[in-house]
Design a protein around this ligand. Sequence first.
Ligand SMILES: [Zn+2]
Length: 196
Amino acid sequence: MSGLESLLDRNALWAKHKVEENASFFSQLAQQQTPKYLWIGCSDSRVPATQVLDLPPGEVFVHRNIANLVVHSDMSCLSVIQYAVEVLQVEHIIVCGHYGCGGVKAVLDGGDHGMIDNWLGHIKDVQRLNSEHLSQLEGDERFDKLCELNVQEQVRNVCNTTVVKNAWKKRKSLTIHGWVYSLSDGILKELCCNRG
Ligand SMILES: [Zn+2]
């Protein structure tokens, strides 16, 4: 694929196929979105939410950033969580990390990566909190474990947001899931689950 023209051509063809499959596909979607899930995932191009879940447009509300972090002062992520829970009324929030995450690897490798190190500092916190456990592992085992621990920590952060705590106080049905995706076989694995 080269150039933006081919992207626009691909889009036109995709839209045409969608209408051929279902004439009201876009008119239905244009009226409203009623996704059942909020997906908080990594920006990595190999982990697109709807594709790995095999769901069509309209089914998943998505927030992605480097290494799927939920930071208490990140207004973008917090706003997405609030909108998903209070307006869209999703009943499931999925924090999905993935093995082979570049953000996690950068932390394990150390060194200077410039501005992004400020963001990666949140993964360094996870590393420090689990240093005893991680020090018993080496190589890929340590890398995989930190990817998993990072997801579990971000699930904890979601649970500690005022939006989620308020939803649980009001006895809303809301479950926070921690999943990890394997780039090598395309399989999602559940790590933890919190219903409040
Ligand atoms: Zn990643």
